[in-house]
Unconditional design. Structure first.
Length: 414
């Protein structure tokens, strides 16, 4: 029985209503980047844990400004400092080293003259110059990373500095990609006269990595229930399964049927959009829950549906906010919608030299299988078929793909 396509807004709403954030998990620091911290992190000791020299030079007392005093020792980073710094003496010290008790300033080596074990100090000395006092950055027990913090290279450094080798985070979703079709051969193979090389699977892999997700499986299945069932049984241990092809109305479009046999409960099938009308979405109940996206086989439909539906779902699953929509762009040239469905067309969007809204130039493509014409795109632009011909200068909605956000002069958001 034919299913009536639902509007795009309803489709996205159903996807987002179905997704719940993953449970926190302990992961190593090298796995944590890009995740949200599930529990606050407190400092295990003062920072710095001692009075730290911030320059190579000499630890001195202020009363010895302008004097020539003996150099009584040397402290490198990691050394134990002398018990004290008597008046009328100086200790040679390296950046990062602990200052001897009684040190009131560190004089950079370039501001001194040293000869025969004596050092002449400048006349003007400032209290605390080039010394980071113990605990000036944090105190033991202070919260250094709040729950919900995004793990970045700097926050990894904070965690390591607090003695952590792992963190409790909302993990990045794991993803399995499956391309389908008897007609597909591997990219390095000779396709012969009628087969085609599988471009969807490498593209899906690249989209997963670009979105900061974890690729768990990359599989191919022919258009048989057995091959699809075998692929799905492997793929469904990932948080998100993305399948290209096999979701339309043809004799060999078996993905919805085989997915149901594998435990996928359909949420919707078919969306009033172009490209990607046959989009299928379902959920596998359990702990953890798994999400199944059956994308149409045309490459540009795969590309659009990934950005429009998979990325928002993955961000919610990871506890991250949804991507912010950029402001409108303006058409560089007049265009007319093709067909009756709302369209998302590949485009080049760039900043306006006069500071106005970014300009959008639609790329000439031969349809949703034309990866060659669409390859330069840094954006997808929305064209409403109800508006007829749109003159140059018309404001349109759009969203960035690849490096589109930077190209349009917008701030890149995590």
């Amino acid at each position: 029985m034919a299913t009536k396509p639902i509007p795009m807004a309803e489709a996205l709403s159903r996807v987002l209503e179905s997704v719940r954030p993953a449970s926190a998990r302990e992961v190593t620091l090298d796995e944590a980047q890009g995740c949200l911290l599930a529990r606050e992190l407190r400092a295990d000791r003062d920072g710095p844990p001692f009075d730290r020299a911030m320059m190579d030079g000499f630890a001195v007392r202020l009363a010895d400004a302008g004097a020539t005093v003996p150099v009584t020792g040397e402290v490198a980073a990691g050394d134990t400092p002398p018990d004290g710094l008597p008046a009328g003496t100086a200790v040679r010290i390296m950046t990062g080293a602990p200052c001897p008790p009684g040190s009131e300033a560190v004089v950079p080596v370039e501001r001194t003259e040293e000869r025969d074990g004596l050092v002449t100090l400048p006349a003007g000395l400032q209290a605390e110059q080039h010394i980071a006092r113990r605990g000036c950055e944090r105190r033991a027990g202070d919260i250094v990373l709040a729950a919900g913090s995004l793990i970045t290279p700097l926050t990894v450094a904070v965690a390591a500095g607090c003695g952590q080798t792992s963190l409790s985070v909302v993990p990045r979703p794991t993803v399995a990609v499956v391309s389908t079709g008897n007609e597909l051969v591997q990219p390095g193979s000779d396709p012969g006269p009628y087969a085609i090389r599988d471009s969807n699977r490498p593209m899906m892999e690249a989209l997963v990595r670009e979105a900061g997700l974890t690729l768990k499986h990359s599989l191919h299945a022919g258009d048989t229930s057995n091959q699809l069932g075998t692929a799905f049984s492997r793929a469904l241990d990932a948080d998100i399964v993305i399948v290209s092809g096999g979701v339309s109305m043809g004799r060999y479009d078996l993905v919805p049927e085989v997915a149901a046999d594998a435990g996928v409960a359909r949420v919707f099938h078919k969306v009033w959009q172009k490209p990607g009308k046959p989009l299928f979405f379902g959920v596998v109940e359990g702990d953890p829950r798994h999400y199944f996206f059956g994308l149409p086989g045309n490459p540009l439909a795969v590309h659009f549906c990934f950005h429009q539906y998979v990325i928002p779902a993955a961000r919610l699953l990871a506890g991250l906010p949804l991507p912010a929509a950029p402001g409108p762009a303006v058409l560089a040239e007049a265009c007319r919608a093709r067909g009756k469905r709302p369209s998302w067309l590949p485009a080049l969007v760039g900043p306006d030299p006069d500071g106005g809204p970014p300009s959008a130039r639609l790329l000439p493509i031969g349809g949703s299988a034309d990866i060659y014409g669409a390859a330069p795109a840094n954006a997808l632009v929305h064209i409403d078929p109800d508006l007829g011909t749109l003159p140059a200068g018309t404001e349109v909605s759009w969203f960035p793909v690849g490096r589109g956000r930077e190209a349009a002069g917008c701030v890149n958001e995590n």
